[in-house]
Design a protein around this ligand. Structure first.
Ligand code: TAP
Length: 488
């Protein structure tokens, strides 16, 4: 075991007996092909390994789609769109979506274990958050499929959607993209992230099980080059991307001047703002949920804590005590709160930016925390004395690292919260309803949570302002991205 730098414990972690979830429910194959036209096929390109980030064990060899593979997938999607899916009534499409939703629920444990194996997230999150939200998205958009005339965006689908998703919520991001696209009568070609392709391939099996017509959903695995080929394909009508702002900008440039419609869900640097009248114990839970959920690999993570100066000391003492109870380790253990960092590259980035925080003079603290020898791990980390000028206050770290700033007045809080190129989410903690409404209006963020954080619901639109992206996913607004009448 290795131990990251820590200071004196502020409380003892309650001893738990290990409670590992069995991985026997997952039937891992040694290698996986691409899912094109309803079948698993060998790719023309090479292959790559996907590993368990908690152990570095190779889980499977996965095909890397090249331009010809992407072309075959887009052609299959076009055929399925023209001949079958766009001609089908909304109520018929809904039946398929309901069927997929029910199979996701039935195979929920298998999906959750596979997600935790390939991604590193704790099983209690993949089981209790990711998979239920995935099923809920398919149920929700199944309900819209035969009611599109009431959406306000018409009923005409765009055609073939090319969808590119990141590794932090592999299945959830798939559901946010595939469910509304299919409900509106589009067909899709989806590229999962290189480090987390396995649940998308299991989803392909679920499409087969649901008897979804061939070509309606196609999955092309691969790295950035595969995503580039998909985005650039001339017969793609719609590009839907979730990922970094940097790649989002490259995609916006790549499709500029074409007739392709684009939605971009990008990065964030959310402020979680705690006023002096907030219920502090509840706020501490929200802060922990905001930054340590999913190892902080969350675009809308509350990575900047803005705390009113008069309560800063008391709040930080409570927060340190709570952080010392977080259990970091085996993602498949049902007791685990913080799992593995998704990849060596991501761990490197978190380490580098944390070092910059220290070098720039912020105070670094982590609770005593034994980290496994193998795999990619980073302890829950707190930086105090952070100012607006610090890089850790401005750049997305995408890890379990919280930067703490203070403020005196609501207008100072607004000023600091909005002082970022991002605008995805924010949190406000106060007992005053009027202050919540004032802050919600003043904060430039797509989502503002009040006295809670990181709550997701398929009926509620999600998306960003400024460099956090364009377009919305979820809710009625999410249909706009996949219907001809949905031009924003
Ligand atoms: P990216 O590096 O941007 O990767 C996202 C996806 O794009 C991956 O599938 C990636 O393939 C692919 N890709 C890479 N280069 C590409 C290119 N030139 N053309 C087309 N596709 C390309 O992001 P990430 O590291 O996976 O995810 C972390 C970022 O996503 C964070 O900034 C986070 O804030 C953001 N995020 C945003 C949201 C929302 S809803 N706003 C949700 C989750 C994550 P590879 O996997 O092979 O690199």
């Amino acid at each position: 075991m290795t131990t990251e730098p820590t200071s004196t414990p502020t409380s003892t972690v309650f001893e738990y007996a290990p409670a590992p979830e069995s991985r026997s429910i997952v039937d891992l194959r040694a290698s996986y092909g691409l899912f094109v036209d309803g079948e698993f096929v060998d790719g023309h390109g090479s292959s790559f390994k996907t590993i368990n980030p908690a152990t570095e064990e190779v889980l499977a060899e996965v095909a890397e789609a090249d331009d010809a593979d992407v072309d075959a997938a887009v052609r299959a999607a076009r055929r399925a769109h023209t001949r079958v899916w766009s001609r089908m009534s909304g109520s018929e499409r809904a039946k398929y979506l309901y069927r997929i939703a029910r199979i996701i629920q039935e195979r929920g444990r298998e999906l959750a274990v596979l997600e935790s194996l390939d991604n590193g997230k704790p099983i209690k999150e993949s089981r209790d958050v990711d998979v239920p939200i995935v099923a809920a998205h398919f149920f929700y958009y199944a309900g819209w499929a035969d009611k599109l005339e009431h959406s306000g965006y018409g009923t005409t689908p765009l055609g073939v959607a090319g969808q590119v998703i990141p590794w932090n919520f592999p299945l959830m991001m798939l559901a946010w993209k595939v469910a509304p696209a299919l409900a509106c009568g589009n067909t899709v070609v989806l590229k999962p992230a290189e480090t987390t392709p396995l649940t998308a391939l299991l989803f392909a099996e679920i499409c087969q099980q649901a008897d979804l017509p061939p070509g309606v959903v196609n999955i092309v695995t691969g790295a950035g080059g595969t995503g580039q080929a998909l985005v650039a394909h001339p017969d793609v009508d719609k590009v839907a991307f979730t990922g970094s702002t940097e790649v989002g900008k490259a995609i916006a440039r790549a499709v500029a001047g074409s007739s392709k419609k684009v939605t971009l869900e990008l990065g964030g640097k959310a402020a979680n703002i705690v006023f002096d009248d907030a219920p502090l114990d509840q706020a501490v839970e929200g802060i922990v949920e905001g930054i340590f959920f999913n190892q902080g690999h969350v675009c809308c993570a509350g990575s900047r804590l803005l705390v009113q100066e008069s309560i800063a000391e008391e709040l930080l003492a409570k927060l340190r005590t709570r952080m010392a109870t977080l259990r970091v380790g085996d993602p498949l253990d049902k007791n685990t709160d913080v799992g593995a960092i998704n990849s060596a590259e991501q761990l490197q980035r978190i380490r580098e930016l944390s070092q910059v925080g220290e070098d720039e003079g912020a105070g670094r603290w982590s609770p005593p925390c034994e980290l496994p020898e193998r795999g990619f791990w980073f302890p829950p980390t707190l930086f105090t004395g952070v100012t607006q000028a610090h890089r850790i206050a401005r750049e997305e770290i995408f890890g379990p690292v919280l930067s703490v700033l203070t403020f005196r007045t609501p207008s100072e809080a607004v000023e600091k919260a909005n002082n970022t190129p991002y605008g995805l989410s924010a949190g406000v903690w106060t007992e005053k309803g009027s202050l919540i409404l004032h802050m919600a209006g003043a904060l430039k963020a797509g989502v503002v949570w009040a006295n809670t954080f990181n709550k997701f619901d398929p009926t509620s639109p999600f998306g960003g302002f400024k460099e956090s992206g364009q377009g919305r996913e979820g809710g009625r607004h999410g249909l706009a991205a996949y219907l001809r009448g949905g031009d924003l």
